[in-house]
Design a protein around this ligand. Structure first.
Ligand code: ADP
Length: 508
């Protein structure tokens, strides 16, 4: 090299790092912080699975009493959320979803959220729920402005967040947030956010939005209806439920709107927490097992029979039930079929809480059929695991089931589901085929005691007469993939489709 002459530096092309898609996930509950149902599990798991797909997803929810406030960092200053009565000055706290780097923002407003329940005491909502969740919906958008985080997609979940897509189209008109695509996910259409029409002013929207395309529905204000009109894309938690809710039988009055938007409505099955529900590592089980070594399952069965005070017999089929005792789950139909089912050589264990009538009935059945039926009327997560581990069959006679988790846990634990053919149960369980030993469970269509009993009878006769088929089905069931990774890929595609729809061009 000649001294003093600098060689020409090579041209450097930096590796192409695509900008992440920015997603705000708005939710009224999120596991493990605040949970009443399946939505909390989705909110706690899906964002984590989206992060590795180059999605900058952030979660926003209210800060309820009982959440670990002190583990969250308080952001400087206050955020002002426009409310009908003025500006609500809200603190924001930020943390991370456990074992992840997904930011979780908590909106702190004690007047609305420092209460013993998320939505109100059992079977009744707080009288100011419209105001409380107007605050969440409006607050989520104000948070974006305060952070300078302008999402490409805002993912809203159930009625508590249904006003977000309406605000994006109205009060944010021609503002940066107006460019965001909105996804509205239905986790359970039984809850729609119905309020007196006279309260429209509480939403901050003009009276003109109380019309039969947006907020007005059969003479009342229906927040879900407005979200169905304004959202870029709609989703729900299984493909079958997506079809069912377009019918009068399952649409809860919104089937007309949903079928009008059927081209924009997709069903994506929820995943399950495959660490928490893994028979090979489950800390709640007395013995571990997997598809290659099922000896542990026999030990779990014996332990469950003992725990239930039933005869410890490997030869008798054990049916497990875990769930809320509400009309949705169809246990009233089981009640009518129970005497016939228990006249066979079977055992059944039930874990659940819910309607007083149902609890009374199952307590009575426990007392009268104590040698083969046990009912535990409480909430007990460890026992739920032990039932999945120890039972041979798992019963879900649901009236409707948007997705359902228990049947997926059951499949993973080699506990063959006996289910009604509805919603996510159809999409996750394959009906038994006697000719080929095909399938992963047993299914019936009619919600009728006779159909239920006959199908349980079919499972029982398969157990006694074709045990090799049961083994084959078990192994097949245990090999199914219900991970959140699979669901996250489907949501990413949904987000990209929504973006393109909103902006008229693909995300780059
Ligand atoms: P849903 O969300 O409609 O109640 P899912 O099947 O989707 O029904 O999920 C129910 C969840 O709640 C499962 O994780 C189930 O194990 C749990 N669960 C319901 N009732 C009880 C109970 N009494 N004890 C323990 N876990 C329960």
């Amino acid at each position: 090299m000649i001294e003093g002459v600098r060689p020409t530096p090579p041209v450097v092309t930096p590796p192409f790092v695509p900008a992440p898609l920015k997603v705000l996930f708005v939710t009224s509950e999120c596991a493990p912080f605040a949970k009443t149902g399946g939505l909390a599990d989705v909110a706690g798991a899906l964002p984590k699975a989206l992060r590795p797909l180059n999605i900058d997803v952030r979660v926003v929810m209210p800060l309820y009493a009982g959440m670990p406030w002190n583990d969250l960092e308080v952001l400087d200053g206050f955020m002002t959320v426009p409310m009908y009565w003025g500006g609500a000055r809200s603190r924001v706290r930020v943390g991370k979803l456990p074992h992840s780097d997904v930011p979780l923002y908590g909106l702190e407003y004690n007047r609305y959220f420092d209460r013993p329940y998320l939505y109100g005491p059992p079977a009744e909502g707080y009288s100011d729920n419209l105001e409380r969740f107007t605050f969440l919906s409006r607050g989520a958008l104000e948070l974006c402005k305060a952070l300078g985080f302008f999402p490409d997609v805002i993912h809203c979940n159930d009625w508590q967040t249904a006003l977000v897509p309406v605000y994006v189209d109205t009060v944010e008109w021609m503002q940066p947030l107006h460019a965001a695509a909105t996804i509205y996910s239905i986790h359970n259409l039984a809850y729609q956010g119905v309020f007196d029409g006279g309260g429209t002013f509480i939403t901050g929207l003009g009276k003109e939005h109380y019309n039969d395309r947006e907020l007005e529905h059969f003479g009342a204000m229906n927040l879900t209806k407005a979200a169905l009109y304004h959202s870029t894309i709609l989703s729900t938690v299984s493909p079958t439920y997506a079809r069912e809710i377009q019918t009068g039988a399952y649409g809860n009055g919104l089937d007309g709107v949903l079928s009008w938007r059927k081209g924009d409505l997709v069903g994506i099955l929820n995943g399950i927490d495959t660490d928490e529900w893994n028979p090979a590592t489950d800390k709640h089980l007395p013995a571990k097992f997997d598809a290659h070594d099922m000896a542990g399952k026999a030990a779990c069965k014996a332990a469950l029979q003992k725990e239930a005070g039933l005869a410890v017999r490997p030869d008798v089929p054990v049916f497990g039930i875990v769930g809320r005792l509400t009309p949705q789950k169809g246990f009233d139909v089981l009640a009518h079929a129970l005497a016939r089912i228990l006249s066979w050589d079977v055992q059944m264990v039930l874990l659940g809480t819910g309607d007083a009538d149902a609890e009374r009935f199952f307590a009575w059945a426990d007392a009268h059929h104590g040698d083969r039926f046990r009912a535990w009327l409480r909430f007990d997560n460890g026992r739920a695991h032990r039932i999945e581990g120890g039972a041979d069959f798992f019963l879900m006679p649901s009236r409707f089931e948007p997705c359902g988790l228990n049947q997926m846990y059951s499949l993973r634990y080699g506990t063959l589901p006996v289910v009604r053919a509805t919603g996510g149960l159809v999409d996750t369980v394959a009906n038994y085929d006697e000719a080929t030993a095909g399938g992963t469970g047993f299914m019936f269509e009619d919600l009728h005691p006779e159909s239920l009993a006959n199908t349980i009878g079919w499972a029982v006769s398969t157990w006694y007469d074709r045990p090799a088929h049961i083994e084959t089905m078990r192994r097949r069931a245990m090999a199914q993939d219900f991970s959140w990774e699979r669901a996250a890929v489907a949501y990413r595609d949904l987000y990209l489709g929504a973006y393109e729809r909103r902006r008229g061009q693909a995300f780059k």
